[in-house]
Design a protein around this ligand. Structure first.
Ligand SMILES: *Cc1c(COP(=O)(O)O)cnc(C)c1O
Length: 417
């Protein structure tokens, strides 16, 4: 693929340029679970990583590969593996690369389910330290001899903290530590973690990349920047079979995807692929909508606080301005005491009360009562989540309709004309 082509052009033509049969523009949905070979040597070579091909669909499928190729192009990486969900991608990648005795430093501002599975890993004997990663100094002071990985998100959900992305990347490179960045909230259109020296990039394909709330999926992309040859946990058998640069991704595919079984279905891969064609268009629109709404909320007398990286008042606005193409489409707000949070939400007619994010439709959820209910008040406080916080995932509706809905719910405007 001509790497000079733009983001959208590249994705639109990615399938076609691999020449699917009959001149199809989309990679077809291949439903075969297994693949047969006339010469058994071909099958053996695939098993021994000597030849590319498909054996059993749990660890590879042509339709899924076509999507993996697109994510690799979007992230400007080396190689990608898709999973059934974003959580499967995170879980399987850590399972594949980390052993007992290893230490991981993770941002304390994490997606709730990621925090939950990390607690499961702790209960199983892995060592985690959670730090306020908005400053690299907090990360550096927790480094140990056994630190194998640093895990962060780009824009945290729901309070939109942005970690010290570039400085942590420098630190990881200097210390030869895997830098795993969850890019879900920004998407590769707004930000590419390879630009801050990430080793592995996670995307929940369910969110912006798929974009329509109609398919679950996840991915991990190897940027090619980490030197796997010296990484202690690489399985000896792989070292004899594959080139050093693909050791990491091979281990994640075999030990991670194959063993966990978190495989993406080809039908879902197709839906996500089609959705990804308009990622740039949707992000442009959703981010513009989000910026307008954040500005409206910030000036509103009944809104106590707005969390949005695009606002100058945001503590990491400068980082966002410097690193991201846009400021994202997720924000949180806190109402003042004169408005009941549930009453406000129930007055919204257009905005959907729902837990997803990155949909084409605007979604709202009271955070402390739902997605962050399980972890309790103390951890919520540590993560900067107040009881009256409402998270908004801004969609691509017409901005006047969104403004009207929020204004009505805030008690400003009468019924529509
Ligand atoms: C949603 C999300 C995930 C998990 O993705 P699923 O596809 O829902 O499993 C991981 N990280 C972040 C930042 C997310 O928003």
């Amino acid at each position: 693929m001509n790497s000079k082509r733009g983001f959208t052009t590249t994705i639109l033509h990615a399938d076609r340029l691999t020449k699917p049969e009959h001149g199809a523009l989309h990679k077809p949905i291949h439903t075969s679970v297994t693949y047969g070979y006339d010469d058994v040597q071909d099958l053996v070579d695939i098993f021994q990583n000597k030849k590319k091909g498909y054996a059993y669909s749990r660890q590879g499928n042509p339709t899924v590969s076509a999507l993996e190729n697109k994510v690799t192009l979007m992230e400007k990486g080396l190689s990608t593996i898709a999973f059934s969900t974003g959580m499967a991608a995170i879980t399987a990648t850590i399972m594949a690369l980390i052993k007992r005795g290893d230490h991981i430093i993770a941002s304390s501002y994490l997606f709730g389910n990621t925090r939950s599975v990390f607690q499961t890993f702790i209960d199983m004997g892995l060592d985690f330290t959670f730090v306020d990663a908005t400053s690299v100094d907090n990360v550096r002071s927790e480094l140990r001899e056994s630190t194998k990985m640093i895990f962060v998100e780009t824009i945290a959900n729901p309070a939109t903290q942005i970690v010290d992305l570039a400085a942590i990347g420098d630190l990881c490179q200097q210390k030869d530590i895997i830098y795993m960045v969850d890019n879900t909230m920004t998407s590769p259109y707004i930000f590419r973690p390879i630009d801050v020296k990430a080793s592995l990039v996670i995307n929940s394909l369910t969110k912006y990349i798929g974009g329509h709330g109609n398919a679950l999926g996840g991915s991990v992309t190897d940027t090619g920047l980490f030197n796997w040859e010296n990484f202690a946990n690489i399985f000896e058998g792989f070292k004899k079979q594959v080139k050093p640069e693909v050791l990491g991704i091979t281990q994640i595919r075999k030990k991670g995807l194959r063993d966990s079984g978190g495989t993406l279905a080809p039908e879902a891969a197709h839906s996500i692929s089609v959705g990804s064609e308009t990622l740039a268009l949707r992000m442009e629109r959703a981010c513009t909508n989000a910026f307008s709404l954040a500005t409206f909320f910030e000036g509103h007398p009944h809104i106590k606080k707005v969390y949005y990286p695009g606002l100058k008042s945001h503590p990491q606005h400068e980082i966002a301005h410097h690193l991201f193409l846009k400021y994202g489409a997720l924000m949180s707000i806190e109402l003042d005491n004169s408005i009941d949070c549930f009453e406000f939400l129930n007055k919204l007619k257009l905005v959907v009360k729902s837990s997803n994010l990155g949909d084409t439709r605007t979604l709202a959820i009271p955070v402390a009562h739902t997605i962050f209910n399980e972890i309790g008040p103390q951890k919520r406080a540590e993560m900067g989540i107040s009881d009256s916080m409402i998270r908004l995932s801004i969609g691509i509706e017409d901005i006047d309709d969104l403004l009207h809905d929020f204004k009505s719910a805030l008690g400003e405007s009468k019924s529509p004309k």
